[in-house]
Design a protein around this ligand. Structure first.
Ligand SMILES: [Zn+2]
Ligand SMILES: [Zn+2]
Length: 271
């Protein structure tokens, strides 16, 4: 029961939520979809909603925080975030359930140890009140989540350099965005350093910075309008193949359909 597990419950602008944990207890990264959907997805995978020990927030955009207030205040699940994110959530007029007493504040770079897990937030470049990715250590395994970021900074790259499992954004296909229906300002926002990573950006970064410890790569936060799972997968896969790189798994997460429950083997090799 104690092997590391990962489940994507939702990924993209209609709502983000990931489970990471063991078979006995775990955590949510973001809660941007409704509670009923989260409960249902966990139950389907025989994970107990009562055993969610915390929610770690990446930033205060609505697609990441929709249910954070309810889960924190009504279900008494601790919500881990920075003070700036809390202020941003409580200012967000689309969020009716505000954060009052459930907050556990951290600073970026600080270790948060909860039983066998150590979480550490690192900064990412994006246009919300405060934005982080997470490095999550469990035994000798290192899981990294980097979503909603305009570019891959050195701090992000340093985390990926140590990751065994990586959830990374592949938000848009550059041609689809360019020739699509978004307004000019919105196109500029998506492409900016405070926007999102394109398939090509992620593909080139991974191809140039691959390391043997990296085994599973999940592409996340795909745009509904400017991407498809096939294009995201192929763009990244082609870049890796061109360098002779074959990950154990490369997978483009679905936007509204939960993934399978991934149960990872222990990493035997020392990192
Ligand atoms: Zn988002
Ligand atoms: Zn965002």
């Amino acid at each position: 029961m104690d092997r590391l597990r990962f489940l994507s419950i939702g990924s993209g602008s209609s709502g983000n939520c990931y489970y990471i944990g063991t078979g006995e207890y775990g955590f949510l990264i973001d809660a941007g979809i409704n509670v009923r959907t989260i409960k249902h997805a966990l139950k389907e995978k025989h994970l107990n909603f009562e055993n969610i020990w915390g929610i770690f927030v990446t930033h205060d955009h609505t697609d990441h925080i929709k249910s954070v207030g309810i889960l924190g205040e009504k279900y008494h699940i601790p919500v881990y975030l920075t003070q700036e994110m809390r202020d941003g959530i409580n200012r967000n007029y689309k969020i009716t359930d505000k954060l009052v007493s459930c907050c556990k504040y951290f600073r970026k770079g600080e270790n948060i140890v909860i039983k066998d897990f150590t979480f550490r937030a690192f900064p990412v470049s994006h246009d919300a009140s405060d934005c982080v990715g997470y490095s999550i250590r469990y035994k000798n395994q290192h899981f990294v989540i980097a979503t909603d970021l305009g570019f891959i900074s050195k701090e992000v790259a340093d985390q990926i350099a140590k990751a065994n499992y990586l959830v990374i954004e592949a938000n848009y296909d550059e041609d689809m965005l360019q020739y699509g229906t978004y307004s000019y300002p919105l196109k500029q926002r998506v492409k900016s350093y405070l926007g999102h990573l394109s398939n090509t950006h992620t593909a080139n970064f991974l191809a140039d910075n691959w390391h043997d410890g990296l085994q599973y790569v999940f592409l996340c936060h795909l745009s509904e309008d400017n991407n498809t799972r096939e294009i995201a997968y192929e763009t990244v896969n082609n870049a890796l193949q061109a360098k002779g790189i074959s990950p154990k798994l490369l997978y483009a997460l679905q936007r509204t359909v939960p993934s399978e429950l991934y149960i990872f083997d222990d990493i035997v090799k020392e990192q």
